[in-house]
Design a protein around this ligand. Structure first.
Ligand SMILES: Cc1cc2nc3c(=O)[nH]c(=O)nc-3n(C[C@H](O)[C@H](O)[C@H](O)COP(=O)(O)O)c2cc1C
Length: 461
């Protein structure tokens, strides 16, 4: 195995999804019946992840009832609310949640994440998604999902406005001088009057600048527009990659795009997902994986697959390969890169529909790896050394047991190999990821005169 010459500790994120990433996990005896809304369950997971010294935990989200509630637990807590509860039972671990730029307004969301950053003492992260799918659109007065390109254009303007809002308070704005009666310096709290294509926002925010300045910006889209967006704004990228070669190409591509935007490629951390199924022996791990796949109800899974591929469910025959004539990525307005990943996986490995839904059931397109703790550590090391990752998104098939096994068995091996921290040395989420606190674009830059970045100096009442 080639060893990377510039070895730094890996970054590990725990992607916590209800009772596990495998769609049949809820059917195992260990799984709490209402995993998605069980706060005790989530607190337990957060504590386990922190015991393992992981950089962060992550909660995915979409403003729609995802999947089929008849098939698996679909009820979920709103993730920023859940993060505040998890902040209360942890001290170090970063807390990342998804929020949609298509179905929120920048003011509400900037306020929510600034609040989480305050509540957690600087541990908040925002996974910026554009939300694919007509079902979500229909909850917001639309008939179908906005076009892919438009969603990313809105996302870019959204992030621009959100960062202006977070920057609308200087770090030293609040002086709370009881003697003089001045609480905040008026010239350190500014309106900025954003007038764009999608938003008209005056600011300032009604929350002062938070410990990290603003939350860590995370992104998870892998289409061409998605990669450009990540390269411009993201500090961490979650991605689904099935093969080492594809992961290396993606890593290189995003880092080069970041450099193209004038950014330091080190300032954007790339974390492919891995669904580790861990056993005492490889056979035991494979047996658990097979057992989980046997618990999938194919009729439900086929329906889901047909939605993703945008073809009629009747055209998917369980013991045949995918039909030849299915849409191309260009025709997909939803999650483009996931569509392509699934089709390529099926074609490359000549999978029948039954085999394909088994593969997707474990991680919806993320790479499943069944083996011993040593083998999981080996594959992590191999991908890292090959230049495919700065870290990994750990997506246990079953929760809590999969996370416990990872933390108690894989983490110590990575530590022994000098690949992972043995204590938290940073205080904030950005410090865990080795990233700088962002400068305040309104107050820390050289030009602080009126008109800078379209800002108009205004006395704040
Ligand atoms: C690890 C990971 C987590 C994701 N979490 C969410 C999520 O919480 N909500 C969501 O709408 N999309 C989520 N996505 C999907 C992406 O945001 C994106 O929509 C998808 O990858 C397609 O993007 P693309 O059209 O740019 O390829 C996630 C993707 C990955 C890889």
């Amino acid at each position: 195995m080639t060893r990377r010459t510039d070895r730094k500790p890996l970054h590990l994120n725990a992607f916590l999804m209800s009772v596990g990433h495998h769609e049949a996990a809820w059917r195992l005896p260990e799984s709490p019946a209402s995993g998605g809304t069980d706060i005790a369950h989530y607190k337990n997971l957060a504590r386990i992840a922190e015991r393992g010294l992981l950089d962060s935990l992550f909660l995915a989200d979409s403003p729609v009832l995802m999947g089929d509630p008849g098939r698996r637990p679909a009820s979920k807590l709103e993730p920023t609310v859940l993060l505040t509860a998890l902040a209360g039972v942890t001290e170090h671990i970063g807390l990342i949640a998804t929020a949609s730029t298509s179905y929120n307004e920048p003011y509400n969301l900037a306020r929510r994440f600034a609040s989480v950053d305050h509540v957690s003492g600087g541990r908040a992260g925002w996974n910026i998604v554009t939300t694919a799918g007509a079902d979500a659109a229909r909850n917001f007065g639309l008939d179908d999902t906005p076009l892919h390109r438009d969603r990313y254009l809105r996302a870019a303007e959204f992030v621009d406005v959100a960062t202006k809002l977070w920057d609308s308070w200087g770090d030293d704005a609040v002086i709370a001088d009881k003697e003089s009666g001045v609480h905040a310096l008026a010239d350190k709290v500014r309106k900025f009057q954003h007038r764009g294509t999608y938003f008209r926002v005056d600011g300032p925010l009604n929350v002062q600048r938070s410990p990290q300045g603003y939350p860590l910006l995370v992104q998870a889209g892998s289409s061409e527009d998605g990669k450009d967006f990540a390269a411009r704004y993201a500090e961490a990228v979650f991605t689904a990659q099935q093969t080492l070669d594809e992961a290396i190409a993606f890593y290189k591509d995003v880092k080069e795009r970041a450099a193209g935007f004038g950014r330091d490629p080190e300032g954007i951390k790339i974390l492919p997902g891995i669904v580790p199924v861990i056993g005492d022996t490889e056979e035991q791990a494979r047996a658990l994986d097979d057992e989980l796949d046997r618990l999938i109800r194919p009729e439900f899974a086929v329906r889901q697959l047909s939605k993703t591929l945008r073809i009629e469910p009747e055209r998917l025959e369980l013991d045949k390969e995918l039909p030849e004539d299915i849409p191309t990525e260009d025709e997909i307005e939803g999650a483009k890169s996931r569509f392509t990943l699934i089709v390529e996986l099926a074609r490359r490995e000549k999978l029948t529909v039954r085999q394909l839904i088994g593969r997707l059931g474990g991680g919806r397109g993320h790479r499943t790896f069944a083996g011993t703790a040593e083998q999981v550590a080996d594959t992590i090391e191999e991908w890292y050394d090959a230049g495919a990752a700065d870290g990994f998104n750990i997506m246990p098939a079953v929760l809590p047991s999969g996370l416990e096994l990872f933390v108690d068995r894989v983490v110590p091996i990575l530590q022994e190999r000098g690949l992972f921290r043995t204590e938290y040395t940073g205080r904030t989420l950005r410090e865990h990821y080795g990233l700088p606190r962002p400068a305040n674009r309104l107050f820390d830059t050289v030009d602080t005169s009126a008109g800078h970045l379209g800002i108009a100096l205004t006395e704040v009442s």
